[in-house]
Design a binder for this molecule. Structure first.
Ligand code: PEP
Ligand code: MG
Length: 755
């Protein structure tokens, strides 16, 4: 066995080649000479992808007449297999491999052993580097690693020389990797087709060979320090949330972040002459290759965690910190992420964002609500995103089925088109209901309003013919801004919405930030909420930072001049909070009166009931308010003590459980007795069966996502409510965990349209 040349020597020589001012071809020729010599091989060759085909670009040891003549398709021959699979091959006897393809012009019949590695850029094969030897021997693992290191440098060299066709490479890779079907949790209905874009893009490594090893060591050291700080910070935030999947992931992150072995291997790679980025990537590739053979799903998941962490480290070290939103989307896109905050989602251009796929996610997390408001289908809890999908893959997302089709086959595309046509047909049926009232067969008229939060949402009022906007989430404007929106901007938004609504009522909810709707400029650095959902959020924050609330009150009052203005406060827990918030708005009104400004003709004040404590004080609250709106998203999480954003609890408790329905029935009855209109504005009301249950317990006003107006109206118009009411009364006496099965059976037996 020949002596193994250290990577350091090769990198030193490659550094000189890269720095030389010769042509790209001369550089490639120099590289094959160095590789052949250092790996003691008779042959070293470089194939590059050109027009979708692998072409021999440089060789030491094969016939020079074959250069630019020998060509192999992706998947053809050993070289083609390496490029297609992006996996190295190491064979003592090349001819014994079923994919061996003989190319006479190369004169390679005299060689036995063969080893090759892919040259990869932007996760696509752009070429292959291989060595051959006359004796039948397997190359040592360390030699394969040296080849992989050289392949990294080659990727940089050929990209710099303009020899890489990125688009062709991505296409070739997709074609080679075949279709796949991933299943997850249905979060937002709808179909979407587009190109895969990861929210956190992989960093493109521009420089692989170090000029100064000490500088690279210092860079990687600094990046480790920063990354550990970030992980520790994140751990602190989730520690008291009960954590769920997030804290499992962070535990693993922490384990890797402090793993001495990992940082030592990166430092060794730097010692051999790689830049910090290239060293991290090199070690990552090695770990991935080792772990790929592991079947245990738990360990495979950890591989994804390590992948995430490596990516984070490379982003820190290279300073490429932005998300895909910063670089802009190029065409119809399906966005992929482990998880997203609502503000992060809002950074994307909604015109081209056709779907979102998350590894985590839950039904009432705000990112889901925002996506629903934007009409973007979402599938959550999809595993193995990074290992199955790469940037640029074509994806079909079906939010109603909870599936993601990756690199779809012709068959898949056909059935997707059929589903789309069916959906369109159903939409057309809903559109026909547009001008018909939402009234049950036995005469109960239900007020159907829509939820909104973005300026463009108001357009949905006309499209759906909703009875008004029952919940305008004013915080969306705060989430999309990098800084606190100024009063003029707030006024202009509210006015535009009121103008679009015309005579239809609009209920503005004052800002509900905090919780999972964190905004960077409103952080309280002195005190980080350990449990943000139950922390300093919504009305609590607004009363605490009354300057913010005053500005918003002024903006609302000015926008509502001459009309009826409906203001609603979120997260009212006790009646005095409602009093305090109302007094704050009233003080602004008085100020406007004094300064002679025009005012709303009427201001109506409402409270959101989403904290169970308020239900105990309805006798005190109801005489003070003009209306009540029940936020079932928060109410459910507090009633069940189950974090609405925790994916592990996402399907644990049912909205159709007697606990919730009895609670809501009691609230509805108290409001009705006090003659105070009561609406449900949580996601629950947008689902046909749940909406039916709400109607059966006395709720006759719903504010729901615009896309649900059609299906809910169809349900309402198809139902005789009296028998459902009677049945419901009985079910709620029996303490079954859920009435879903009973209600479904009743609905189906009596021909209720369930969407
Ligand atoms: C709710 O909690 O049900 C609600 C409508 O408000 P949000 O989802 O914005 O918290
Ligand atoms: Mg809420």
């Amino acid at each position: 066995m020949p002596p193994v040349s250290p990577a350091r020597e090769i990198l030193r020589r490659l550094h000189d080649v890269m720095a030389s001012s010769t042509s790209a071809q001369a550089k490639l020729n120099a590289v094959v000479a160095i590789v052949a010599e250092q790996l003691d091989s008779e042959v070293a060759s470089i194939y590059l992808l050109r027009d979708g085909v692998l072409e021999l670009y440089a060789t030491r040891g094969l016939s020079q007449a074959a250069v630019h003549v020998t060509r192999l398709a992706m998947g053809e021959g050993l070289t083609g297999v390496i490029a297609a699979t992006r996996e190295p091959l190491n064979l003592a006897e090349a001819r014994a491999h079923p994919d061996f393809a003989y190319k006479p012009e190369t004169g390679e019949e005299i060689f036995h052993s063969f080893a090759g590695v892919p040259i990869v850029r932007r996760e696509a094969s752009v070429g292959v580097l291989c060595v051959q030897h006359a004796d039948p021997r397997e190359y040592a693992e360390i030699e394969i690693e040296v080849l992989q290191t050289v392949a990294m440098v080659l990727a940089e060299l050929i990209a710099g020389a303009g020899l890489i066709d990125d688009v062709a490479a991505a296409k070739a890779r997709s074609a080679a990797s075949g279709p796949a079907r991933l299943a997850g949790l249905k979060l937002v209905d709808g179909l979407g087709r587009g190109t895969a874009v990861f929210h956190q893009p992989r960093v493109v490594i521009e420089h692989t060979v170090a000029d100064d090893v000490e500088v690279e060591r210092a860079r990687v050291y600094g990046a480790f320090v920063k990354m550990r700080e970030q992980i520790d910070g994140m751990m602190g935030q989730v520690e008291f949330l009960g954590g769920g999947d997030t804290s499992d992931v962070l535990e693993t992150y922490k384990m890797f972040a402090y793993d001495e072995g990992w940082s030592r291997r990166i430092n060794e790679a730097i010692d051999s002459g790689l830049t910090a980025e290239a060293a991290i990537d090199r070690v990552q590739q090695r770990t991935r290759a080792r772990m790929r053979s592991i079947a245990d799903p738990y360990l495979r998941e950890r591989l994804t965690d390590l992948d995430d962490l490596s990516n984070r480290l490379i982003r820190i070290v290279s300073g490429q910190l932005g998300s895909a939103a910063q670089s802009g989307l190029r065409g119809d896109t399906i966005l992929l992420a482990r998880n997203l905050g609502p503000a992060e989602l809002l950074e994307y251009d909604r015109r081209v964002l056709k779907g979102v796929v998350l590894e985590e996610g839950s039904l009432t997390a705000h990112v889901t609500i925002v996506a629903r408001a934007m009409g973007i289908p979402v599938v959550g809890r999809v595993r193995d995103l990074r290992t199955t999908i790469t940037d640029g893959d074509e994806l079909l997302v079906d939010g109603s089925a909870g599936t993601v089709l990756v690199r779809p086959s012709a068959e898949m595309l056909k059935s997707f088109a059929t589903t789309s046509a069916l959906k369109a047909k159903r939409q057309a049926e809903y559109a026909r209901l547009r001008d018909l009232p939402a009234v049950t067969k036995d005469g109960t008229r239900v007020a159907l309003m829509m939820n909104a939060g973005l300026r463009d949402d108001a357009a949905a009022l006309d499209a759906t013919n909703a009875d008004g906007i029952g919940l305008f989430r004013t915080e969306f404007q705060f989430l999309v801004s990098a800084t606190l929106p100024r009063r003029e901007r707030q006024t202009s938004l509210y006015k535009a919405v009121l103008d679009a609504a015309g005579d239809r009522p609009v209920v503005f909810r004052t800002v509900d930030i905090g919780g999972d709707k964190a905004v960077p400029y409103m952080r309280d650095d002195a005190h980080e909420d350990e449990n943000p959902a139950m922390g300093w959020r919504a009305l609590r924050l607004a009363l605490g930072r009354s300057g913010l609330m005053k500005v918003q009150a002024r903006a609302l009052l000015e926008a509502g001049a001459g009309r009826t203005l409906n203001i609603m406060f979120p997260m009212v827990s006790e009646p005095w909070e409602f009093d305090a918030a109302k007094a704050l708005v009233e003080a602004q009104r008085e100020w406007l009166v004094k300064s002679g400004r025009s005012l709303p003709a009427q201001v109506r004040y409402g409270a959101m009931l989403e904290v169970p404590a308020l239900a105990e004080c309805l006798d005190v609250l109801l005489p003070k308010v003009d209306f009540v709106s029940i936020g079932t998203n928060d109410l459910t999480q507090f009633l069940f003590a189950a974090d609405r954003a925790n994916p592990k609890l996402a399907d644990r408790y049912d909205w159709l459980s007697p606990a919730i329905l009895r609670f809501l029935r009691r609230v509805a009855a108290a409001c009705t007795a006090a003659n105070v209109p009561v609406t449900v504005c949580g996601e629950m009301g947008g689902r046909p069966l749940e909406a039916l249950a709400l109607m059966a317990i006395g709720i006759e006003r719903l504010s729901i996502t615009p896309a649900a107006i059609g299906p809910i109206k169809a349900m309402i118009r198809s139902v005789d409510l009296a028998p459902v009411r009677a049945a419901m009364a009985g079910w709620l006496e029996v303490g079954a965990p859920t009435i879903r099965a009973d209600l479904t059976a009743l609905a189906d037996n009596s021909g209720v349209a369930r969407g």
